[in-house]
Design a protein around this ligand. Structure first.
Ligand SMILES: CC(C)(COP(=O)(O)OP(=O)(O)OC[C@H]1O[C@@H](n2cnc3c(N)ncnc32)[C@H](O)[C@@H]1OP(=O)(O)O)[C@@H](O)C(=O)NCCC(=O)NCCS
Length: 122
């Protein structure tokens, strides 16, 4: 019916790589869309991150959709897109309790994103 994954990736921060999470992929089967399943997957997923060490969750997607979960422009946190193919407005992030101000820099996707060329809105 639907699924969500938080993929381990990296932030190329000024002093070292920091492990972060990318909210992707997220999908709901077409015949089940528009009934709140996607929203529940994201909310439940975020709730289960409590206690994890990663300081950030980033994603690329519609700001209108992800704003409701607390995501905002990733640039405001000093983050740069992993690819310029991602529209600037689509690049969003949420800071988790372990986030510290020095954690800025370029997001580096995990290898499958590059191997399967999953960059960019489809
Ligand atoms: C995006 C997706 C996961 C949403 O799942 P869903 O179960 O249909 O979503 P919900 O029922 O929880 O929420 C519906 C809301 O999402 C909005 N929405 C759905 N897809 C959207 C999209 N691509 N862009 C913007 N808004 C979208 C709907 O307009 C609706 O908004 P409203 O609550 O303000 O009326 C689903 O449409 C999907 O699988 N799409 C194809 C894959 C995809 O685009 N994944 C996300 C990659 S970032």
């Amino acid at each position: 019916m639907g699924h969500v994954l938080f993929t381990r990736s990296w932030l190329d921060a000024p002093t070292r790589l920091v492990e972060i999470l990318v909210l992707s992929p997220l999908s709901v089967a077409p015949e089940h869309q528009g009934r709140g399943i996607g929203e529940r997957l994201v909310r439940e997923g975020l709730a289960r991150l409590g206690g994890r060490p990663e300081p950030l969750v980033v994603l690329e997607g519609s700001p209108a959709y992800y704003r409701r979960f607390g995501f905002g422009p990733a640039g405001a946190l000093g983050l740069r897109r992993p690819s310029t193919r991602i529209p600037a407005d689509a690049f969003q992030a949420i800071a988790l309790p372990t986030h510290e101000p020095w954690m800025t820099g370029t997001v580096v996707y995990a290898e499958p994103f590059w191997a399967l060329d999953c960059v960019g809105l489809r």
